[in-house]
Design a protein around this ligand. Structure first.
Ligand SMILES: NC(=O)CC[C@H](N)C(=O)O
Length: 251
């Protein structure tokens, strides 16, 4: 079995490259029947409205929903997180179709527009830190969503203090959220709910492979050694971060 990467749009090549560095075969998924050949799925960042339109065009929604409901591991990064959410706010007029399954409310462009994209160091969650490495990771937020509310089965892996974000005062959405929440200080940016992992940031755009290693641990076939994994050694791990400017900016 191999790891599927939804390849309609966005940073699917970058995810496949990280998987390769970890000795795991990642394959592009564009058609419903291709989901039958993969043990797990990564939904990359990009633009969730465009991705939804393309998924509809390729008749992917029923197969994607079934994949999630079957309990197969699925990781959504950024637009992928939006795609997995049960509910999204801040959508374009007319809304957009979601796969759903992740019991949360996500704000699509919580941190603002493209120019309000940013990078920051966040503490690495304990479960992800088992891979070793430094106590923090470089979180790359590109026109990023944030999770405003989660259901009881959702485990919060990372959140971010709003005060840490430069754009806080210039972004009306953040201001509004800060006023309207009780704690008013943090938003959630990484969660796990059973077979679903979701991150508002882009680990595939850094050299730190620990989030991918963590996701691979959620895939039973890989743990049992029946997959195409070449090496589970952590010697391929790397913890450095490349700058956001090395990567294309999504529209
Ligand atoms: N980098 C990203 O994936 C951005 C996601 C974007 N906010 C959206 O709505 O799709």
């Amino acid at each position: 079995m191999v790891v599927g990467v939804l390849a309609l749009q966005g940073s699917f090549n970058e995810h496949i490259a990280v998987l390769k560095r970890l000795g795991v075969k990642g394959v592009e998924v564009r058609k419903p029947e291709q989901l039958l050949n993969v043990s797990s799925l990564i939904i990359p960042g990009g633009e969730s409205t465009t991705m939804a339109k393309l998924a509809e065009l390729h008749n992917l929604f029923p197969a994607l929903r079934e994949f999630v409901q079957m309990g197969k591991p699925v990781w959504g990064t950024c637009a992928g997180l939006i795609f997995l959410a049960n509910k999204a706010t801040g959508q374009k007029t007319g809304g957009q179709k979601l796969i759903g399954g992740l019991d949360c409310i996500v704000h699509r462009n919580f941190f603002g527009s493209q120019i309000q994209s940013f990078e920051t160091e966040l503490p690495i969650p304990q479960v992800v830190a088992e891979e070793g490495g430094p106590p923090s990771f470089r979180a790359v937020f590109i026109r990023a969503p944030a999770i405003l509310d989660v259901g009881p089965d959702v485990e919060v892996l990372a959140d971010i203090p709003l005060s840490a974000i430069e754009t806080i005062n210039s972004n009306p959405a953040i201001q509004k959220e800060e006023d309207s929440t009780e704690s008013g200080k943090k938003v959630i940016v990484a969660v796990k709910q059973g077979n679903l992992l979701a991150t508002a940031f882009h680990p595939e755009l850094t050299a730190d492979t620990r989030w991918h290693s963590y996701f691979l641990k959620m895939v039973p076939e890989i743990e049992e050694g029946t997959s195409d994994i070449v090496s589970t050694s952590t010697s391929n791990q790397s913890f450095g971060a490349r700058s956001i400017i090395d990567f294309p900016i999504y529209q």
